[in-house]
Design a protein around this ligand. Sequence first.
Ligand code: GLN
Length: 246
Amino acid sequence: MCRHLAYLGPPVPLAALLFEPAHGLAHQAWAPRDMRGGGTINADGFGVGWYAADADQPIRYRSAMPLWTDAALPGIAAVTSSTAILAAVRSATVGMPVIETAAAPFRHDRWLFSHNGVVRGYPGALAGPAAELPVEDLLTLEAPTDSAALFALFRHRLRAGKTAEDAVASLISDISEISPDSRLNLLLTDGERIIASTVGHALSIRVLTDSVLVASEPLDDHPGWRAVPDRSLLTATVSDLTMGDL
Ligand code: GLN
C-alpha cells in the first residue's frame, strides 16, 4: 500500500524527508519494508505538498510516474524548504487508475490529505456515505478512487461544521461499519498540526523538541521512532501530542 509522511517544525528542505535519510520516502517508494500484502512497490505516482509563506494554499507537486524517475525532483527538493510538509508515494489499488490526480496529497483550503489503504468493496461500499455529498462535489472528484472519495467526504464534514478530528473519526467509524476489512490510514495537515489514523497499516512517529515527524515507516534506524498502535487517532503539533483509540 502507499507510504506517506508529514512533518512540522523548523524549515527543512523537502530532500531531508525524501532523499537524505537512509529510508526516506524515495527509498520507501521502491524498497518498502512493511506493505502487509498491499502490493510490493510504490510506483504508481507520488505527491509532495508544502506551505510557502506568501501562498494562501499549500503548494503541491504531483505525478503519475514513480518518484525515482522524476529528474526534476531532487533539484527542487534540495532548494525548497518548509515548516510543514506532507508527501506520499502510491501503489494503486487493483482496478484504480494511475493518473496524476489520484496521487496524494489532495488539497482543500489549508488542508492536505493522504490515504494509505483501501475501502473494500469500492465503489459500492461508498455509495451510502457518498449520497450525503452535493452533486457538484461528485462531479468534481479529482479521481475515480476510494481515496479521492474519502477526501471529498472529509471536506464535506468539515464544511458541515465538524472539527477535523471529528470528521476523520466519524468517517472511519462509518466506513468501518459498512466495510470492516477496509484499511484506513489517513494523514492530514493544515500546516499547524498533523492528524493521523491507523486502521490496518503501519505508522511511526518521531517527536523532537521543536519538530514532529509521522511516517508509514521510520526514515532511519534512530531509536527515537515509536510505532503507533493500530486503531489510533493522533493529533500532533510541534509542542503537543495526543493519541486516542478509534
Ligand atoms: N486505494 C488507494 C489508491 O489506490 C490507496 C492505495 C494504497 O494505499 N496503496 O490510490
